[in-house]
Design a protein around this ligand. Structure first.
Ligand SMILES: Cc1ncc(COP(=O)(O)O)c(C=O)c1O
Length: 428
């Protein structure tokens, strides 16, 4: 059974053992028992566990729950007329082989979309690959550049979708510390100095998932230097980059640098279209293209045509302004209600973009326990422990004092109500 979001609708019970929310939970999602397994393993699927967050999202589907768990954009802010116009445009195009939207297309993506993306990134269209969501970009990249046993360093806590892609490719994931200025580049330097230079560094430099941090200009420059000097490939995941209401930043990516830029239409248009893109060093892009051919031939033509149309229809700047303004007031409302209700017991970030507040409890309240009680009163969030990459038993600083609260898809009154409910069940 699947939910409207395509998530498993079999909601696991809230389990105080932590099993449902523990990153170490390893299942293949198969319904066959171990005795009659059809895969002989170890396969790529065996290298990754089930997604803790997917399990959690299933829970939040319960009626009446105000979910601050999933990072869903608010699609009510997207003009329906505009979507219709983009779909009509896609349907109306006719080529040498019939309706373009319904025909096979090039593996690298449609020229119109590659041009629109290339223009935004300051590269030629032929340096851009269109992917089926940026998640596919991460998966293809992982398989293109990682050999089993290679190390991938990233900021801990981390976006688990990326961790899963790297692990499936056989990478050893190394979690590095970070703070409100992003990945701690000195920690990366120490790793390199100890003779353990990773093959890849993965960064979400703008509005990090889950912490919301923006990497400082100094750290960006240092990361580029370290990558250059040590033959490290940097993957810049820019999924949230355009959701900014704070000061502008410079991307890590620059032409002819060892940086791959991965972008997405999901957060700025609609995730259901499954359109993402990447650009980077030619050999990496070539390898990605070979793998994409094997993976899905190309990203759905209809969806690419719709996105190309919407990036160019003249409404995108206004739409971005609209979602930034709405998300900003939502972030402020949620932070304000939490601090009004909980005072010094809680610390929340003041994000200048993205979709997430990062909350730290200051009075010993355990966020795994809090989630159990929160679900009972109709609120869901993702506890910080879910974003940990370290294997079981090795986590010296168990993270049970943090949580990610997604504010983007809920109106302010609901966010304030969620904060009030959390305060009711808050227990140090
Ligand atoms: C940091 C980050 N990167 C990539 C993705 C994947 O997004 P999509 O495949 O929809 O482009 C997500 C989704 O939430 C994300 O948070």
């Amino acid at each position: 059974m699947t939910s409207p979001h395509g998530l498993s609708a079999v909601a696991p019970p809230v389990d105080r053992s932590g099993t449902n929310f523990s990153p170490e939970r390893q299942t293949t999602g198969s319904t066959t028992g171990s005795a009659d397994r059809l895969t002989t393993g170890p396969t790529a699927a065996d290298r990754i566990g089930s997604s803790v967050i997917r399990d959690l999202l299933a829970l939040t589907e319960r009626p009446g729950v105000i979910s601050l768990a999933g990072g869903l954009p608010d699609l009510d802010l997207l003009d329906p007329e505009r979507i219709r116009a983009a779909a009509d445009h896609a349907a109306s195009l006719s080529g040498a082989h019939g309706p373009v939207a319904l025909q096979y297309g090039p593996t690298a993506g449609l020229a119109t979309l590659r041009e629109a993306v290339g223009e935004r990134l300051g590269v030629d269209a032929d340096e851009v690959v269109i992917t089926t969501g940026s998640q596919q970009g991460l998966d293809l990249l992982a398989r293109a550049v990682i050999a089993p046993g290679d190390e991938v360093a990233l900021q801990e806590p981390a976006y688990l979708g990326a961790v899963q892609a790297f692990r499936a490719a056989g990478a050893t994931v190394v979690g590095l510390p970070g703070d409100d200025r992003g990945l701690d580049v000195d920690a990366l330097n120490a790793l390199i100095a100890a003779g353990n230079a990773p093959r890849v560094v993965y960064v979400v430099a703008d509005h990090h998932n889950p912490t919301g941090a923006v990497m400082s200009p100094g750290r960006r420059a240092r990361l580029r230097e370290l990558a250059d000097a040590n033959g490290i490939l940097v993957i810049e995941d820019a999924a949230y980059r355009d959701l900014r209401w704070g000061p502008p930043t410079r991307p890590l990516f620059a032409p002819r640098s060892p940086v791959v830029h991965v972008g997405s239409a999901s957060k700025v248009l609609a995730p259901g279209l499954r359109v993402g893109w990447m650009t980077g060093p030619t050999d990496v892009i070539d390898a990605v293209l070979r793998l994409k051919q094997a993976a899905d031939l190309h990203t759905p033509t209809w969806n690419q045509l719709m996105v190309a149309h919407m990036l160019d229809d003249g409404h995108q700047p206004r739409h971005l302004e609209r979602i930034r303004t709405a998300y900003r007031s939502r972030a402020v409302a949620l932070a304000d209600e939490l601090t009004t209700r909980l005072g010094d017991a809680v610390e929340v970030t003041a994000p200048d973009g993205g979709m997430f507040l990062w909350m730290t409890t200051r009075d010993g309240t355990d966020t795994d326990d809090l989630l159990d009680r929160a679900i009972e009163v109709g609120v869901a969030f993702v506890p910080g422990s879910a974003f940990r990459t370290r294997p079981p038993g090795s986590d010296t600083e168990a993270d049970n004092t943090t949580a990610r609260l997604a504010f983007a898809s809920r109106p302010e009154e609901q966010l304030r109500a969620a904060a009030r409910r959390l305060a009711e069940v808050w227990r140090p």
